[in-house]
Design a protein around this ligand. Structure first.
Ligand code: ABU
Length: 370
């Protein structure tokens, strides 16, 4: 029997990696870095996931370093975010700075790198295991190498460190005729089932139940691979999303605590949720507050629902962007305590607080919430 669970409660408590859900009290977190950031090299799997104006800018400037006028304000926000986390008693761990402008190649293709802004994508924490994911963007192929000193340290201190099969990312993985679905058309994806690929950010964890949305970086074979890898101790449920260019679950649907589910009303129809989630309170995210700053709007790699990219400190406290006043007020009405931290400039590097972090240790045990 392949029962995948920590060896015992006491060893799980002592392990530097121990996180079973999105809301237990946060003890240690990896926060991304912007040093060495490089605009993603051109590839259809990149372009199809970036909003219109940013995609045009990205294809013109692919492979160049991100300009200072974008890095500096985002870096200031990041430094402040780290100060806030530390003031809350959370241990913040950082990857090594790396020059992502360096070119690399496999037998099939070559690319420059991207950055370490979003550790949420390249590593998945399930209990005491930290797993390097098989990512579909060629420019992210070696992204976890900046985290290897941290991973080796966690391993030496007792964590399980694994990696999914490194994908080949040949043309066979990408549908050459792919076009984004138009309004009303069925959702389709650029990926074929040539080999397993997934980003960790397409999953969220609720103890023994793990939820996933398929996307332009996560295929069915990737979900099947993880399901078989985790074995009988976990259940992976697919959530249907109506996002036309899906990449990552955390602007579509996110649990804020046991029994509390934040949903994006544009992408999630409650009737289509897996039955077990229908028993939870559905908290409908308010309309995101529009971003009028033209530069921010043009450079953002993300959609407008980044207002949902919340990081839970525990079941009550959460980090929210003060720009998104609708969200701030709404979560207060729902009984949460929002901690406002400005972070809009980080969107040019792929996300907000949930993307920019990886919670490696939360105080709590493996439970079944359904
Ligand atoms: N990396 C999460 C951002 C997803 C989005 O653009 O909505």
């Amino acid at each position: 029997m392949n029962f995948h669970a920590p060896s015992s409660e006491s060893s799980a408590a002592a392990c530097p990696v121990s996180s079973h859900n999105e809301w237990d009290p946060l003890e240690e977190i990896i926060v991304g870095r912007l040093e060495g950031s490089t605009i993603p090299s051109n590839h259809p799997v990149v372009t199809c996931n970036i909003p219109g104006m940013a995609a045009r800018a990205q294809s013109l400037a692919a492979g160049f370093r991100f300009p200072k006028f974008m890095v500096e304000p985002a870096q200031e926000e990041l430094d402040h975010f780290i100060e806030v986390l530390e003031s809350l008693g959370v241990t913040v761990t950082r990857p090594e700075p790396f020059d992502h402008h360096a070119k690399f190649a496999t037998p099939y293709w070559s690319s420059r790198g991207f950055c370490n802004s979003c550790p949420r994508d390249s590593m998945l924490v399930i209990g005491d295991e930290i797993l390097e994911t098989p990512m579909a963007w060629p420019c992210r192929y070696f992204e976890t190498h900046s985290y290897r000193p941290i991973l080796k340290d966690y391993f030496r201190r007792g964590a399980r460190w694994t990696s999914a099969p490194k994908p080949q990312l040949t043309d066979a993985l990408f549908d050459p005729n792919f076009e984004l679905p138009k309004k009303g058309e069925p959702i389709r994806y650029i990926l074929t089932e040539f080999e397993p690929v997934f980003d960790a950010a397409d999953f969220f964890r609720c103890g023994r139940d793990i939820f996933v949305t398929r996307s332009n970086v996560t295929n069915k074979m990737g979900v099947d691979w993880l399901r078989r890898h985790l074995g009988e101790g976990y259940r992976i449920h697919e959530i249907k999303s109506r996002c036309p260019n899906p990449m990552h679950i955390d602007t579509t649907i996110l649990p804020l605590g046991p029994g509390k589910l934040l949903i994006n009303p544009e992408y999630i129809h409650p009737d289509e949720l897996p039955d077990i989630l229908k028993k939870w309170d559905i908290l409908v995210a308010p309309d995101p507050t529009p971003i009028d700053d033209r530069i921010l709007a043009i450079t953002s790699m993300c959609g407008k629902w980044l207002s949902m990219n919340i990081l839970m400190i525990d079941e009550k406290r959460m980090i929210v962007d003060p720009h998104h006043v609708n969200m701030l007020r709404q979560v207060e009405k729902w009984g949460f305590e929002p901690i406002p931290v400005p972070f809009l400039h980080y969107a040019a590097f792929g996300g907000a607080y949930h993307c920019a972090t990886l919670d490696v240790r939360r105080r709590g045990t493996l439970e079944s919430y359904f």
